[in-house]
Design a protein around this ligand. Structure first.
Ligand SMILES: Cc1cc2nc3c(=O)[nH]c(=O)nc-3n(C[C@H](O)[C@H](O)[C@H](O)COP(=O)(O)OP(=O)(O)OC[C@H]3O[C@@H](n4cnc5c(N)ncnc54)[C@H](O)[C@@H]3O)c2cc1C
Length: 332
């Protein structure tokens, strides 16, 4: 992971400047640890805000979590952090329906957690890094629609592996490792329907069916803790199966929304479901199906690092752990 003979970046070396591409959970974890250790950090994200796949939308309708739904905390380091978030009221535990595991739900939305974690950090959102440029023995980020940013001593990439690969390939760094990572797509549907037409829906927050060829998860947003309650409208998030999402990946969102609504209305008792709003979101790189199996990649001599869920697995905890690992590697 780190074969360099260069001097480590110690906690007191505040002149070191790190750019982190991606302000999802991995980027935020790395930034929080680095900043705590006195390192200067700037985060860049092409999205309008922070959080990446820890995403929420549609506040005017009451809110939908259209990316990750909840997370678990299996390692001691992450669990103790999460208990701290719970004590501050940022996350709430619920019992997983299929086993004894505790799931954690940020309130009042999934995206609220990364927004809180980004407080006090220097984040440049709506800023896509299109190139990594080596100039005057430092790194610069070529940005879309903005002047290059830099100089940086270290650049950490946290986008999904194919997007990090596009930036790293010209430099020939970590290419083989990133090419082994696989991600599956997911179409996610946010939907609001008349409550009076939805009485056949399960009362559970989450209804999962991995065997369903089209819809594998249905989440009732108004039943989640800390959300706007259900009124005359029921808010749902549906995940399409990997098979459906792959087959229809390049279709337009309206067409996919229509197909998913029809699949929902094909279920017993939901034939007369009156849909008032439906919007399909394409996650081209949704869930890691093959992870690298290392916490992070770091080349100290070049000042380049990679973190994210592609390193350890398809979970928020894995992304966070990988972010912490790259920060540990940089400062060790
Ligand atoms: C539909 C869906 C359901 C999921 N359900 C769960 C779940 O229930 N539980 C769970 O634990 N996990 C779940 N996950 C997985 C979880 O969301 C991810 O593992 C985790 O959020 C990944 O975090 P990350 O920081 O590694 O990547 P991301 O969240 O993808 O962050 C990467 C960031 O990089 C930015 N970026 C990319 N390219 C560039 C560029 N060139 N320049 C600037 N910025 C760039 C992106 O905008 C993004 O914000 C789900 C994911 C999806 C999509």
């Amino acid at each position: 992971m780190d074969g360099s003979r260069h001097a480590p970046i110690g906690p007191k070396t505040s002149t070191v400047k790190v750019a982190i591409v991606g302000a999802g959970m991995a980027g935020l974890a790395a930034a929080r640890v680095l900043v705590d250790r006195g390192v200067r950090v700037v985060l860049f994200d092409k999205g309008r805000g922070v959080g990446g796949r820890c995403a929420s939308r549609g506040r005017d309708l009451g809110g939908f979590d259209h990316g990750a739904q909840r997370f678990s905390a299996r390692s001691q380091r992450f669990a103790s952090l999460v208990h701290g978030w719970a004590a501050e009221g940022h996350v709430v535990p619920i019992r997983a329906p299929r086993d004894e595991e505790t799931w954690w739900l940020p309130t009042p939305s999934m995206n609220a957690l990364p927004v809180r974690l980004a407080a006090g950090l220097e984040v440049r959102s709506s800023t896509r890094a299109r190139a990594l440029v080596r100039r005057d023995r430092a790194w610069w980020l070529g940005l879309e629609g903005a002047p290059d940013a830099g100089p940086f001593d270290v650049v950490v990439l946290t986008p999904p592996a194919p997007q990090s690969l596009a930036l790293l390939a010209p430099h020939g760094v970590f290419v083989d490792a990133l090419e082994t990572i696989r991600l599956a797509p997911c179409w996610a549907l946010t939907l609001a329907c008349d409550a009076s037409s939805a009485t056949a829906l399960s009362d559970a927050i989450f209804t999962e069916d991995d065997a369903d060829p089209v819809i594998t998860l249905l989440a009732r947003e108004g039943r989640k803790p800390g959300r706007a309650a259900e009124g005359p409208l029921v808010r749902l998030v549906l995940y399409a199966s990997t098979a459906f999402s792959t087959e229809h990946l390049e279709r337009d969102a309206e067409d996919v929304a229509r197909r998913l609504v029809l699949a929902l209305q094909a279920r017993d008792g939901l034939e007369a479901l009156r849909v008032r709003f439906a919007h399909a979101h394409r996650w081209r790189f949704a869930r890691v199906s093959r992870a690298l199996g290392e916490p992070c990649l770091f080349d100290r001599s070049r000042g380049l690092g990679v973190a994210g869920d592609g390193l350890l697995g398809p979970r928020i905890e894995a992304a966070w752990t990988s972010g912490e690992a790259i920060a540990d590697a940089i400062t060790s």
